[in-house]
Design a binder for this molecule. Structure first.
Ligand code: GDP
Ligand code: MG
Length: 326
């Protein structure tokens, strides 16, 4: 039995009353309709697995933003499986394709999708990423989850660069019942962070969510700014930040991958939040992130509302993508 069968067996029976799986199947519908339906058409079009079939398959995968390197190694493995298992019928290959895509994700290191929560003192989470990817919205969504768990949440508005950014975060604080530290007039993000940490420690907050500006246009600036913020955090709470989450917009495809590579060079990223999966057929990017960036995806965004963020779950994800295919 292949991976997909195992996932299907363990999830399918739950689908009717499992909102979590439903969120993934709805959130990934654009990717499913785009890329997966092309795969199905391809396997229907060819009666035998041949070189033309492989070429078309390769093109479909590249179009789905899975990433060229990922696609190449995937194609190698697939060709091997075809020879080893003596597969001739493209329809028989559908399941192998899903299996091999799943193997790309689970192979190698352990998949860490959990937040590094602290038992003692506040858990400090820093959000980085370029303008417009969804940092502030993601903070609102994560606050919602933590408040629902009964946690005391503090938001820190250290995106002092963009006009209105502090106000936007403040609105999310009000909406979610979180507290807020930030000052429209304070232009130095490190000072805002300092004020935030002081409050967090003195008033025993559980979770501190720090919003930053993502000025990738100037790498040296960005590096200096993040270094400064990290120094302030670290001098107040050793070993913090406990998470530095890079937010990426899935609709930007390969551009997101190159953002990840650049941020990785300037600071220690512990996880990725992949937003706007609901608005794109580029859901395959999760696989490219795994192979080309090597940082775990910890959350996925399926919409603009407070409840539209999910902890990344590879089984739900694979099921959401391929449920109609095999
Ligand atoms: P920031 O500049 O990184 O802080 O980005 P914002 O949080 O301000 O988000 C930019 C836009 O993206 C806003 O209009 C959000 O509502 C929207 N957005 C964020 N996450 C998602 C998502 O998962 N799905 C969709 N469809 N829109 C999102
Ligand atoms: Mg923002």
């Amino acid at each position: 039995m292949g991976f997909f069968d195992k996932i299907k067996n363990s999830l399918k029976t739950k689908e009717k009353n499992n909102n979590e799986i439903k969120d993934y199947t709805i959130g990934l519908s654009k990717t499913r309709e785009g890329f997966v339906s092309k795969l199905v058409n391809l396997t229907n079009k060819y009666s035998r697995v041949n070189e033309d079939f492989f070429n078309e398959l390769e093109e479909i995968l590249i179009m789905a933003d899975i990433g060229v390197n990922t696609v190449m190694s995937f194609m190698d493995r697939l060709r091997k499986r075809v020879i080893e298992d003596k597969i001739d019928d493209p329809k028989m290959l559908k399941e192998v394709i899903v299996d091999e895509l799943f193997i790309i994700y689970v192979s190698g290191d352990i998949i860490v999708n959990k937040i590094n929560y602290q038992n003692e003192g506040p858990t400090i989470i820093l959000f980085v990423g370029v303008n417009g990817v969804g940092k502030t919205t993601t903070i609102g969504k994560i606050a919602t989850q933590e408040i629902n768990k009964g946690k005391k949440v503090l938001m820190v508005g250290a995106d002092t660069f963009r006009a209105g950014a502090v106000e936007q975060l403040k609105n999310w604080a009000e909406l979610t019942g979180s507290d807020f530290v930030g000052d429209e007039n304070l232009k130095d993000p490190a000072s805002v962070v300092y004020n935030g940490l002081e409050k967090a420690v003195n008033e025993s907050y559980d979770i501190v969510l720090i919003d930053t500006a993502g000025r990738l246009q100037n790498k040296v600036n960005l590096m200096n700014e993040l270094e400064k913020i990290n120094r302030v955090i670290n001098s107040y709470i050793p070993n913090a930040p406990h998470e530095t989450l890079l937010v990426l917009d899935a609709t930007t495809g390969q551009n997101g991958i190159s953002q990840a590579k650049q941020f990785k060079e300037v600071t220690n990223i512990t996880g990725i939040v992949l937003t706007k999966l609901d608005g794109t057929a580029k859901g395959g990017i999760v696989l490219a992130i795994k192979e080309e960036v090597g940082i775990p995806v910890k959350f996925v965004g399926f919409g603009e509302k407070a409840n539209d963020l999910k902890i990344f779950d590879i089984e739900n994800y694979i099921y959401g993508l391929f449920k109609d295919m095999v």
